[in-house]
Design a protein around this ligand. Structure first.
Ligand code: SF4
Length: 355
């Protein structure tokens, strides 16, 4: 594997701040929650708005999104749904790059987020200035970036990919003999490289949640569970964890796999938020979190993204009532980033089977 040297620089992700904000979010009684949900429903109708929500956020937000005609999905489907839905306003619950993606694809829509401070370590670990230098040092390479990047990085890229379409797009570029820069996730990059043997130069970023899954403990867990258990792994996880998987895929692909499989027990290596959709889809099946070695070891996340946890019902209502949390992206960035995103959407429409 060829990698750039971004690992030499240590980024301050300020995880503790995100954790503190998430843990200080108000918890509501059932009555209060119903009252807030009713207010949100009313505001959505009044403002011609729809909710677009990621699998990793709070269960109550996921349920309200579906009950009000929105979508709960991975970032590819969030992008597609937000663009194609006729609503004038999108309330995006997830992390900042998802709100920016919605704005890039729907510049005339009003995009709100419950908390603009919800970031992502992949986005933060790939600052535009350093990434631009890296691209300039390798001008012969096609620039492919993961969706988990800032609008500026997308604007610098030739292609945007998500984990559900990355391998297909890189295979397509390989057939065209295009050497590639891939950023920012080093594990996803290596996984794509292993599956395509494409000529890839990898940025050295990581997701603070998936990077913590532990191969040794996962193997032990599988043995201790005795019997038929399948391991589902997101490709942002370390290669030792991926090697133990029965299935590797994006969040949507893992969800679909768990629905279709005859197996009744799964160990799942991704953010724990996905378990809500998995359990709802397969109430007769049993889902277990893959080990992150616990807080006594090096665990920083314990399989829950602290930024995703900043999304709340209270935040959604506040943004609809006050207009706060509005996403804005400069016009010239929208115009450039739209090209690389649209390439992905066009490609996936005709080349990748939906899961
Ligand atoms: S789970 Fe990882 S990739 Fe997803 S938003 Fe959080 S830090 Fe980013």
């Amino acid at each position: 594997m060829k990698t750039c040297n971004s690992s030499e620089k240590k980024y301050d992700f300020n995880l503790e701040k995100a954790k503190t904000i998430a843990s200080n979010l108000s918890s509501f009684s059932n009555e209060e929650r119903l009252e807030i949900e009713t207010k949100i429903q009313k505001k959505l109708k009044e403002q011609d708005a729809v909710m677009v929500t990621h699998y990793y956020v709070d269960n109550q937000l996921q349920d309200l999104t579906l009950a009000t005609g929105g979508i709960v999905s991975d970032s590819l489907e969030m992008a597609r749904f937000g663009k194609e839905h006729p609503a004038k306003k999108l309330v995006v619950s997830g992390v900042k790059f998802m709100g920016e993606t919605a704005k890039i694809l729907s510049p005339n829509k009003n995009i709100l987020m419950p908390d603009l401070g919800a970031e992502c370590s992949l986005d933060l670990g790939c600052p535009i200035e350093e990434f631009t230098k890296f691209c300039e040092q390798n001008p012969e390479r096609t620039v492919v970036v993961y969706a988990n990047t800032s609008a500026q990085v997308k604007a610098r890229a030739d292609w945007v990919v998500t984990s559900s379409c990355a391998i297909d797009i890189v295979k397509f570029l390989k057939i065209r003999n295009e050497p590639i820069i891939f950023a920012p996730d080093r594990h996803l990059g290596q996984y794509i490289l292993n599956n395509t043997q494409a000529d890839m130069l990898l940025w050295d970023g990581h997701c603070v949640v998936h990077d913590e899954f532990k191969a040794f403990e996962l193997k032990e867990m599988k043995i201790s569970l005795q019997g038929t258990v399948e391991v589902l792994v997101h490709p942002e996880s370390p290669s030792g964890v991926i090697d133990l998987a029965d299935f590797v895929g994006s969040t949507s692909q893992m969800l679909e796999y768990s629905k279709a499989s005859n197996c009744k027990k799964f160990i799942v290596a991704t953010d724990g938020g996905l378990f809500h959709s998995m359990r709802k889809a397969s109430p007769d099946k049993f889902f277990i979190e893959a080990p992150t070695a616990g807080s006594g070891a090096t665990c920083k996340s314990c399989a829950y993204c602290p930024w995703m946890a900043m999304n709340s019902l209270g935040g959604v209502l506040k943004s609809l009532e006050t207009g706060c949390g509005e996403i804005s992206v400069p016009k010239e960035i929208i115009s450039k980033a739209n090209k690389s995103l649209q390439r992905m959407l066009d490609f996936t429409k005709s080349n990748v089977s939906k899961n």
